[in-house]
Design a protein around this ligand. Sequence first.
Ligand code: PCO
Length: 187
Amino acid sequence: FSKSLEALRGPAREIPRPTKRVLVGVTGSVAATKVPELCSLLEAAGHETRVIATPRGAFFLKDVDYLSDEWTKWVKGDPVLHIELRKWADVLVIAPLSANAMAKLALGLCDDLVTCVARAWDFSKPLVVAPAMNTAMWTHPVTSAHLLTLKKWGVRVVDPVVKTLACGDTGIGALAPPTEILAALLL
Ligand SMILES: CC(C)(CO)[C@@H](O)C(=O)NCCC(=O)N/C=C\S
C-alpha cells in the first residue's frame, strides 16, 4: 500500500526551514573571537547573517565582514543604518555582550551601531544576548540588576559558562558555546 501511496505522492518533500535574517551584534569582549564560529553555524543552518560591531568589538574581529560606524560617510537623504538593520533582521543576537554593553542596553544608552539597533528594537522579534566577562564582573551586583531589566523586556539571556578566562582566572564568565547560542535563537 505504502508503495502505491509513494507512487501517488512522489518522494517525501523536505519541509524547507525558512531562512532567517540573523543580525549578529559584537561588543568589546575578547570572546568576540568566537563570532566567526557562530556565523558559520548559522550559515550551515541555512540562515543569512550580517555582523555589526561596536568600535571595541571590532577590535577583536578578524576575517569577518562587519558594519560598525554608520555616520562617517552619511549625508542627508542616505538611509539610517540602525533603522534599516532593525527592519531587515528577523532576530538580533548580541554575542558576546560585554559588561559595558549590557549596562548600556539596560539604561537605554546608544552611542554605537549595536546599541542603536538594540535601542530601536522591535520586541515582536527575538533579541538574544550572550554575556561574556570576567567572573568578578559577572558576580558584581549591578550585573543581576541589568539582567533583570533586560529579561523584563523579553530579552533572552544565554548565560556564560565556567572556563579559563582571558586573564587566566578560571570561573563563570566565558561565552556560552556557539551551539548553545544557536539553540537559544530557536530558529
Ligand atoms: C576568551 C574565551 C572565549 C576563550 O575561551 C573565554 O575565556 C571567554 O569567553 N572569556 C570571557 C571573556 C573574557 O575572558 N574577557 C576578558 C577580557 S575582555
